[in-house]
Design a protein around this ligand. Structure first.
Ligand code: ZN
Length: 679
């Protein structure tokens, strides 16, 4: 289970298109032969004041449909595809027999080999999880149930609820143990209750998926009972918008009070079995959920409860058991939910599995040894300085903010820390054992390793060196608990950052990503954290009112966007990301403007430097998606669909109106009273 508060630039799990370079070269004496925006991606027949995203990307969108094995496709995938080619080389080399036991090559190579060895996987069938299924039918009392749940959680099965350790939101010197809702098979609670045909269809398909999976596993289970039990969990779960309310999820319970909240579980025994110290207090995310848990568990331990546990084990293992089960998992979660037509190639699936496993950092380490550019790191480091200076300048000039809050905001900005490229301290894998012979055992060993690593933080000091993402991933994040921005090596490369490109391009892309992460420190959630990472208000009341009235305008604007006719973006769910997109772009623009000082304005392909900045920005978000993937994104993802990440920000931005002569009353320009300049 992920923490409450870490926010990334993209949820993409992550082809190449370096088109004809000649039209992009900046003919400038001082910056000769630098690449500019990709003008060949544009559709000049579109009016930029009607749909700038289409104007900047129309030709690319037309020529790059979503590949059969993807659900969406854009810049993030292009970079990930390049990275994957490097990762494949690393893994193929490591796969050779005879690597030194315990070495990075042995861990990665044997894991990779076991994943691709489908003969072994199909022969092993259900054997590795047979004991767990048997135990689902064996527990007879509260003590046995509590131990069993802890064993399932240690092995990564998300049954009923979850437990994880994270910095205490209200005390930055210690860790806390958090308990949270979990245990649903559909993407979130809304999928159990929404009435439209789309969700009715998904629910019907889900029950059929349950039934087929039991059959493939050679087990018996009643899909209706399972579905009803999940519906009861869903009924008392928070939805995606509620889950953004941090204060509502910080509920401190003494152990005695926790025993009263959910007496169906022997909590001491549960924590001891997890292998963690028994905490004096825990933070309960959703108390109503934990009250309802008593009803779901009951005292008689119904057949439905035991079936539900079987289901969670079967579904939670399907990816690493037989190829038929892996395919069945794909048919529901890939095809039905997200519109993916074909499975990815096996080596790509193996990389995806490693990226989500405990071995992610081992793979990242091998990646940076092979592919990292210290030159790019150095340049991006300086770019972060530029963005910070531009952000400071913006805060100093904000008209709506009073001095007390301004001082606190500047202090918070000054105390941002940064991590670039890769961790200084790597994970110690000496307690992890991986073999060539059993994929299922390998996956479970990784899960136990990750759970234990997380739980071991309880009672230990805060680890400020820790990374929440491995270095080869094309993404970036802000962590309010450490007030830090983090840019893995995976994203420090073209088209995000290109040492051969002009400033207009690098500031519009990498600059806007950096600005985005800075702004997360000041979005509707980030603004609730102090500079030292504690969840505590630093705003004066009148400024908070101003801030909220401006952010409400963004909520209203995004609520009107329709990625598919009749399907609307959720303005509240996406608010934090929308604030970060808009703020980040503004700050990047001003940082870019500083680079123009003392230079005469150079035209390239008929565009001014400012125009090239906005075109290059829109092009980083070029993306095609299946209809199902768009719906899934709107229902579950705090990031707006790509088109609105571009048009939503730009239609609030006076600097953009000026660059392209965007007139009042056009779609790319919000009416004066709706403009939501925040940062
Ligand atoms: Zn973000």
């Amino acid at each position: 289970m992920a923490g409450l508060v870490v926010v990334a630039i993209s949820s993409c799990t992550p082809k190449t298109d370096s088109g004809p370079a000649d039209v992009r070269v900046v003919k400038d004496d001082r910056e000769s032969n630098l690449l500019s925006a990709n003008f060949e991606y544009m559709d000049l027949s579109v009016d930029p004041s009607v749909d700038f995203y289409q104007y900047a990307n129309g030709a690319w969108l037309k020529n790059n449909p979503v590949p059969q094995s993807e659900t969406r496709y854009g810049s993030f995938n292009e970079v990930q595809d390049n990275n994957n080619a490097i990762l494949k080389e690393i893994l193929e080399a490591a796969r050779k027999e005879g690597q030194a036991k315990g070495s990075t090559a042995q861990l990665l190579g044997d894991f990779y080999h076991s994943c691709l060895d489908t003969v072994q996987r199909n022969a092993a069938g259900m054997s590795v999880v047979a004991d767990l299924i048997q135990q689902n039918h064996g527990f007879k009392n509260k003590q046995e149930l509590s131990k069993h749940l802890a064993m399932l959680h240690l092995q990564g099965y998300s049954v009923l609820f979850g437990a994880y350790v994270e910095q205490d939101l209200k005390n930055n010197t210690r860790h806390a143990l958090y308990l949270g809702q979990a245990g649903l098979g559909l993407p979130n609670r809304d999928y159990y209750f929404r009435d439209d045909e789309h969700y009715q269809h998904i629910r019907k398909e889900y029950q059929e998926h349950i039934s087929r999976s039991f059959e493939l596993a050679g087990e018996k289970g009643n899909q209706e009972g399972i579905f009803n039990l999940e519906t009861s969990l869903a009924e008392h779960s928070m939805g995606p918008v509620e889950l953004r309310d941090i204060a509502a999820q910080y509920n401190e319970y003494s152990l005695a009070d926790l025993e009263k909240l959910t007496p169906s579980i022997d909590w001491k025994l549960y924590f001891t079995t997890l292998g963690t110290t028994v905490p004096d207090t825990v933070i309960v995310g959703q108390p109503a959920f934990f009250t309802n848990l008593n009803k779901v568990i009951g005292t008689e331990y119904s057949e439905s409860l035991r079936n539900y546990l079987d289901w969670q084990v079967i579904e939670g293992s399907s990816g690493f058991l037989t190829t038929a089960m892996e395919r069945e998992h794909f048919i529901f979660y890939g095809k039905t939910i997200r519109g993916q037509k074909q499975m990815k190639e096996d080596w790509k699936r193996a990389i995806d599995v490693i990226n989500r496993s405990a071995l992610d950092e081992a793979l990242g380490k091998a990646f940076v040894e092979k592919a990292f550019s210290p030159e790019a790191r150095e340049k991006v480091y300086r770019m972060v300085d530029d963005l910070m200076a531009a952000f400071k300048d913006r805060i100093e000039k904000l008209e709506w903010m009073t001095e007390g809050t301004r001082k606190a905001a500047l202090d918070k900005l000054a105390r941002f820390t940064r991590k670039l490229g890769y961790p200084d301290k790597w994970t110690d894998y000496s307690s992890l054992s991986i073999s060539r012979n059993s994929y299922a055992s390998n996956v479970l060993a990784c899960r136990v390793f990750s759970r234990k690593k997380n739980l071991a933080y309880l009672g230990k000091p805060i680890d400020r060196e820790k990374w929440e993402m491995p270095p080869h991933i094309v993404n970036a994040y802000y962590n309010p608990l450490l007030n830090e921005i983090v840019f893995p090596a995976g994203i420090l490369q073209p088209p995000f950052f290109d040492s051969k490109a002009e400033d207009a391009v690098n500031y519009a892309r990498m600059g806007a990503v950096i600005g985005h992460e800075f702004t997360h420190g000041f979005d509707d959630q980030g603004a609730q954290f102090m500079a030292d990472g504690t969840f505590n208000n630093w705003w004066q009341e009148q400024d908070l009112i101003q801030f909220q009235s401006r952010t409400q305008r963004l909520v209203n604007q995004y609520n009107r966007f329709q990625p598919i006719p009749g399907v609307f973006v959720n303005g509240k769910l996406t608010l934090g990301e929308n604030i970060a997109d808009f703020g980040g772009l503004t700050v990047a623009y001003y940082a870019f403007k500083r680079t123009l000082k003392g230079k005469e304005s150079q035209m390239v392909n008929g565009f001014t430097p400012e125009q090239r900045f906005f075109i290059a920005f829109a092009q980083i978000w070029k993306s095609n998606a299946t209809e199902q993937a768009l719906r899934h994104q709107v229902d579950t993802d705090p990031h707006s669909p790509a088109k609105f990440r571009v048009n939503g920000s730009l239609s609030n931005m006076p600097e953009f109106f000026q660059a392209f002569g965007i007139k009042d009353g056009t779609p790319m320009r919000q009416p004066e009273e709706e403009i939501a300049v925040i940062w």
